[in-house]
Design a protein around this ligand. Structure first.
Ligand code: ASP
Ligand code: MG
Length: 419
């Protein structure tokens, strides 16, 4: 008997019929003798609907109240799933985040989990219940309801798996695993049987919207065995989806590049004509950091005439705020010539642990993009990824070209065993 945490996403919970399917799948695992903790998301589209209602009443909503509203989607889901399980003869009991409680910090709409009280859950499991815990939500030490950020039910699932020392955390979604890239853009995209935790972190953070990034970080930190699978297969299916592994097993198939991630979530900002002297990067990015705005790619060139341009990217949601800070505070302070922004950019990234040991990947990437006449606006690299910023309108083309050039549609050749 093992303890399994299963998280079901919004489409898996999307209708009464889908919820019945989830119940049947849960019942199958229960019959096999496993203890089960189930973490459902809100029904598909529900969180958007709720947040839309909130914005209709107030264009600048109080984050605390937004969390009160947004968290209700999951509360409906847990109750419905409990009823569906009971209807087919299982003992089931649901808990909201604050009933568990799942304690978080106070950062509304992006709260972090600080601790989970697992006592009640354990008792219920021992008593033979399927325990259902609402995803995406928690409570801070002042009893305010918090939410964990969009897609946060993944994190709830992984955090529960960590707290309960579950044997496995299964993330059921509407895709059957992690792909080399989004199959809607590249139909030849291939499913990966395994992907390393580090690669997954890059694939998740860079826009392969399979798993919430925090969930992957959490899994890495607490060594939670994580699997992504589809809830749209037969209930009896033995398909194992994609396993997120922790070590590079030498005998495992080993691709140089595992996948291509992309996103349209960022915007580029350029501060024009800034003096090229010590302290400038701090003068520009200090106020941005103070305003809690995350910066991703940063680009500054040395200058020959003493003036240079300084570019960086921020999340599109923070774009207006960042522009305002730069215009009102930074520009006058450092006597920059101007501030310009571009929201129509996209970031495309090659990801693979093989980059550590193989040279020439980046140049092959740049060559492939050049052949298609795609201009690269910014570049950033790390040990296992190379990212470029391009005009948004070339994003899909760039992903397709790179997928082809790096032959990601083909299963990687078995690496020769080392002598
Ligand atoms: N319902 C929340 C959202 O849509 C959380 C989740 O689905 O994971 O973001
Ligand atoms: Mg999701």
């Amino acid at each position: 008997m093992s303890l399994i945490v299963q998280k079901y996403g919004g489409t898996s919970m999307g209708s009464p019929e889908r919820i019945r399917e989830v119940a049947r799948r849960v019942a199958r695992f229960a019959k096999e003798g496993h203890q089960l903790v189930i973490v459902p998301s809100a029904m598909a589209g529900e969180t958007n609907r709720l947040l839309g209602l909130a914005r209709e009443l107030n264009p600048d909503p109080d984050p605390r109240e937004l969390d009160v509203i947004a968290s209700t989607g999951e509360q409906v889901s847990i109750g419905l799933l409990a009823l569906a399980l009971q209807a087919i003869g299982l003992k089931a009991k649901s808990y909201t985040g604050w009933q568990v409680p799942i304690v978080t910090d106070t950062a509304h709409s992006k709260a972090r989990i600080l601790g989970i009280e697992e006592r009640k859950i354990r008792q219920d499991l021992e008593a033979g219940h399927v325990v259902i815990v609402a995803g995406f939500q928690g409570i801070d030490d002042e009893n305010n309801i918090t939410t964990l950020g969009r897609g946060g039910s993944d994190t709830t699932g992984v955090a529960l798996a960590a707290a309960l020392k579950a044997d496995e955390c299964q993330i059921y979604t509407d895709v059957d695993g992690v792909y080399t890239t989004d199959p809607r853009i590249v139909p030849e995209a291939r499913r990966l049987d395994t992907v390393t935790f580090e690669e997954m972190l890059e694939l998740a953070s860079l826009g392969s919207k399979v798993l919430q990034i925090r969930a992957v970080e959490f899994a890495g930190k607490y060594k939670v065995k994580l699997r992504v699978l589809s809830s749209f297969t037969d209930v009896g299916s033995t398909d194992m989806g994609t396993l997120i592994t922790f070590e590079e097993d030498e005998n495992m198939e080993q691709a140089i590049i595992s996948g291509i991630a992309f996103n349209r979530d960022e915007a580029k900002i350029t501060v024009l004509g800034v003096p090229d002297r010590p302290g400038i990067a701090f003068a520009i990015l200090g106020p941005i950091a103070e305003a809690n705005i995350d910066v991703d790619i940063i680009l500054q060139n040395a200058s020959s005439e003493g003036l240079t341009d300084f570019s960086f990217t921020v999340h599109r949601n923070e774009f207006k705020r960042a522009m305002q800070i730069l215009e009102t505070k930074v520009k006058p302070a450092i006597e920059a010539k101007g501030v310009v922004g571009d929201e129509r950019i996209a970031k495309v990234s090659l990801v693979g642990i093989g980059m550590r040991t193989h040279a020439g990947i980046a140049s092959k990437m740049f060559g492939a993009l050049a052949n298609e006449g795609i201009n690269i606006q910014m570049i950033s690299t790390s040990e296992i990824k190379t990212s470029v910023v391009v005009d948004e309108k070339y994003m899909e083309l760039a992903v397709r070209v790179l997928h082809r050039v790096f032959e990601l549609d083909k299963a990687p050749a078995q690496e020769k065993m080392k002598p």
